[in-house]
Design a protein around this ligand. Structure first.
Ligand code: TYD
Length: 207
């Protein structure tokens, strides 16, 4: 099973994923936890180019291609082999982040970004996607309070950009309702974790 976690900045994805990792490990599942962009040495190098605050003149389509390239490398080297071995793969961001950030917020268009990504993924989609939904102004406030987290090039975008990210995620959740679960990430972390655990338990029972 391939489970992805998506959401605007400051939605608490990273804490939630760690909790899912512990939850499933305790129940005897073999899990790998990974992230995008990155997850393998080559993909992490691509990540550094994309997120470098110095790269203010990175072209929007070049950026989209870099995300897709990083995704491809990550799938081939890490995700697909793990799934073949019967592991559950938890991934911090995936395809839908490209659709929301590059497609929606950057204005390239969701369909265009989907087409580029279908080349990279060969039509591979997650089994389950959590949207940790949060009002961007609240999410950005959380980031400002969290001193351990480094600010990246995308955090520096204006609030309208993040509002478009959120809206595109909500549209995607409707379009792909079979694989999406929307979680209200403005709630306290313990509640958020519980909702995610329940949704995963339900899916595992259905399998
Ligand atoms: P990261 O430090 O992982 O941020 P977060 O904790 O919010 O996940 O940086 C990833 C950034 O890259 C984040 O701002 C979202 C963005 N992104 C895209 O724009 N497109 C993509 O396809 C992916 C995977 C991420």
């Amino acid at each position: 099973m391939f489970i992805t976690f998506e959401g605007p900045e400051g939605s608490g994805k990273t804490s939630v994923i760690k909790n899912v990792y512990d939850y499933l490990t305790k129940r005897g599942y073999e899990i790998i936890l990974t992230r995008e962009p990155g997850g393998t040495p080559i993909a992490e190098e691509i990540r550094n180019v994309i997120l470098d605050k110095k790269n203010t003149n990175l072209d929007a389509r070049a950026e989209a291609l870099l995300y897709a390239a990083s995704r491809r490398q990550h799938l081939v080297e890490k995700v697909w082999p793990a799934l073949k071995e019967g592991k559950i793969v938890l991934c911090d961001r995936f395809l839908d982040s490209s659709l929301a950030y590059q497609g929606g917020a950057r204005g390239i268009g969701v369909e265009e970004i989907l087409n580029v990504n279908l080349f990279a993924t060969e039509g591979f989609y997650p089994d389950l996607t959590f949207l940790l939904d949060i009002e961007p102004s609240l999410g950005l406030k959380r980031i400002a309070l969290n001193k351990n987290r480094e600010v990246n090039r995308l955090d520096l975008e204006k609030i309208e950009f993040h509002n478009k990210v959120r809206q595109t995620f909500l549209d995607l959740a409707k379009k792909y309702e079979d694989r999406y679960v929307i979680i209200d990430a403005s709630k306290p972390l313990t509640e958020v974790n519980k909702s995610v655990e329940e949704a995963i338990a339900r899916r595992l029972k259905e399998k």
